[in-house]
Design a protein. Sequence first.
Length: 81
Amino acid sequence: MSKELPSLYQAFIHLSRYSRWLEEEGRRETWNETVSRYFDFFVDHLKETCNHDVPDELRRELEEAVLNLEIMPSMRALMTA
């Protein structure tokens, strides 16, 4: 499920606003890692607050759609998840 953003502008926006610094690795997150962090947060949040389990297939389908830029989550949530 490795995806890269299609333009240099999109990659710049991702790196400058949404990608977290990984201190132990001395680098910023990739687009895949940012999207994975976002879904990890919401799967855990829904389990803790609503006792809701997100089916693995649904997570994979949604994650793939975000990686392919077919859908886009809240950018603030993507930044802070």
